[in-house]
Design a protein around this ligand. Sequence first.
Ligand SMILES: Cc1cc2nc3c(=O)[nH]c(=O)nc-3n(C[C@H](O)[C@H](O)[C@H](O)COP(=O)(O)OP(=O)(O)OC[C@H]3O[C@@H](n4cnc5c(N)ncnc54)[C@H](O)[C@@H]3O)c2cc1C
Length: 286
Amino acid sequence: MNELPAAIGPTTTAVIKASQRLTPETTDEVRHITLEVLDPSFQFSEGQSVGVVVPGPHDFGNDYHLRRYSIANARSLPVGTGLNLDILVRRCFYVDEISGERYPGVASNFLCDAKPGAQITLSGPYLSPFRMPLDSRANILMVGTGTGIAPFRAFAQLIYERRGDWKGQVRLYYGGHSGLDLMYKNDETTDLAHYYDEKTFKAFRALGSRPLMTSSQALEQGLHDHAAEAWRLIKESNTHVFISGLSKVAKVFCKVMAEQAGSEAAWMEVKERLVEDGRWSELVYD
Ligand SMILES: Cc1cc2nc3c(=O)[nH]c(=O)nc-3n(C[C@H](O)[C@H](O)[C@H](O)COP(=O)(O)OP(=O)(O)OC[C@H]3O[C@@H](n4cnc5c(N)ncnc54)[C@H](O)[C@@H]3O)c2cc1C
């Protein structure tokens, strides 16, 4: 690879330890990829993302291609010489509006095709708006769709596996076009279900009730069903809201909360207070 520009910042090498498809063949491919970062001084916090640098040359004369992926696991002690880091990657394609041709997204296809043993270059970890509160009495409201679940898996691991003394209420509102889209809780893997027995954890997984419903529409439907509980928690002064995934997720959540608040203006007042207090964070990408 050509020398990387200084703007990328320091990079580090990671080895792919495992790559598991989380979705069946009949739907979009999403893979859970476990990396071992070889430098034991590499540190990250739950909620951060890393950059994946794909060696070039690429189209349009680009020497490198860098895309960000949310870290999907909580910090742990280094394993041997390295450190485990999980990412959740959807294989992306895009259609050229002029030619109508379908092109594979560079980084997501590079990652989904990579086999165990392959070495990749990471940048970051990057500062993130997502920060887990230190006070274990805090309520955590996590709202997302698709691969937006990645930081929430890290949060759940931190709360229930690393800390183990969480007293606040933890809620996950997660929408999927169908059951196949529910990462970590479908026929392929039930990873997140490990926490269902925890008395402070409740997950509300909403599925599209009509074939063409999108994940965001399913989330809206599911949020409606549990709006009163979300609203009750929102009004508590120790509740932190985390929104992750497509930018529509924030719009859907605000729409449902405005109905609970009685008007858009009343909701905006509540939301502004959450933002001012540092209890509202969004990590969205389209
Ligand atoms: C903070 C953050 C966290 C993220 N976390 C995750 C995550 O956990 N999991 C995940 O799967 N994704 C995540 N993403 C999205 C991810 O970074 C990538 O954007 C995604 O994987 C697509 O990258 P790609 O290189 O495969 O596609 P690209 O090659 O970059 O193509 C992506 C899009 O760019 C446009 N495009 C690119 N090239 C062209 C072209 N030649 N002509 C026209 N249009 C073009 C198209 O609209 C296409 O859809 C995150 C993004 C951010 C910012």
